[in-house]
Design a protein around this ligand. Structure first.
Ligand code: SF4
Length: 224
């Protein structure tokens, strides 16, 4: 695999993340931190959201204490981010929903789940946008698993990522060599999302695709 393959894989990830505005995945921290950051950062700058989240973390012993903290106090900690009262209420709702269902605010119950299972659980809570759910799952390498199935391989090949293999495990290993394990995970997840309604096996909807301007297969697909 040459440097061109690496460039294509990196470019595909950049295009997918930029177009979906998935820039808020924290480099470290746990799953709940990723989720809260995505929630707090909606409509605000990442820097303001990170500062607010750091204040919140410093003011509570654990996420359960945050769950039972008055929304008014949480809103005060969110000073500087947009719609602080609404976000404080959303934080309370999300923590309460997860706690009521699982009694586990560290997401231990999702350890080893597939990305689809993690997404389904959070989508079912109702208070989170698709983008927040995606950011949570994207932060979850090492916790969640995604397979390089036919959807993933099809979309990545159309995007010009030429990792070659004859099995999902080998494809993922080849992709990880091209970029990094973290980026390979993100690429596969975003490719799977794109495969669901846009980059379908037959008749991909290129005009509606968020990466149509950079996809090397776009014109060919449009022309049939
Ligand atoms: S532009 Fe078309 S072929 Fe390329 S990823 Fe999007 S839907 Fe798939």
């Amino acid at each position: 695999m040459g440097s061109n393959d690496r460039k294509r894989a990196s470019a595909a990830l950049t295009a997918l993340r930029t177009k979906r505005r998935l820039k808020l995945v924290p480099a470290g921290g746990g799953m709940m931190e990723a989720l809260l950051l995505a929630l707090v950062a909606q409509g605000s700058s990442l820097a303001a959201a990170e500062r607010a989240l750091a204040k919140i973390k410093a003011s509570v012993v654990n996420w359960n204490e945050l769950r039972v903290t008055q929304a008014k106090e949480v809103a005060a900690l969110l000073a500087g981010v947009r719609e602080a009262p609404g976000k404080a209420a959303a934080i309370h709702d999300v923590l309460s929903s997860i706690f009521e269902e699982t009694h586990d605010l560290e997401f231990g119950f999702l350890e080893g789940a597939s990305t689809a299972e993690a997404k389904d659980f959070l989508s079912g809570l109702g208070a989170l946008t698709d983008e927040m759910v995606d950011e949570f799952v994207l932060a979850g390498r090492g916790h969640f698993h995604i397979s390089a199935d036919g959807d993933v391989v099809r979309v990545l090949r159309r995007l010009g990522v030429a990792a070659r293999s004859d099995s999902p495990v080998k494809f993922e290993a080849a992709l990880s060599e091209l970029v990094s394990a973290e980026k390979a995970y993100q690429l596969m997840y975003l490719a799977k999302r794109l495969a669901e309604g846009i980059c379908t096996a037959h008749g991909p909807k290129c005009p509606e695709c968020p990466v149509v301007l950079t996809c090397p297969s776009a014109k060919k697909s449009k022309d049939g």
